[in-house]
Design a binder for this molecule. Structure first.
Ligand code: ZN
Length: 89
């Protein structure tokens, strides 16, 4: 069971990482947009903490979904598997 000190430490750590990621990702997709339109920048960019890549169009999305192709990770793992299989022969 977590005691209250541990819970507060976990909460502080989660808040720390949320602020850290928000500062890091403040210019994702929005370079200059919010400053120009005078919107509260830090509030608007909070969504990029949880979703760093919110777009799933045909250019950015999963190739298996849009093109019925294998993803990059699948191609890499398949290549490694076949190279290891060849080395055993
Ligand atoms: Zn996109």
């Amino acid at each position: 069971m977590l005691n209250s000190k541990t819970v507060n430490q976990l909460r502080a750590l989660r808040r720390h990482h949320k602020i850290r990621l928000n500062k890091k990702r403040i210019n994702y997709y929005t370079r200059g947009f919010y400053e120009k339109n005078r919107v509260d920048v830090e509030h608007q960019t909070l969504k990029f903490v949880d979703t760093p890549k919110p777009c799933s169009c045909w250019m950015c999305g999963n190739p298996r979904k849009h093109w019925k192709e294998e993803t990059r990770q699948e191609l890499i793992s398949k290549t490694i598997f076949y190279e290891q299989a060849r080395s055993f022969q």
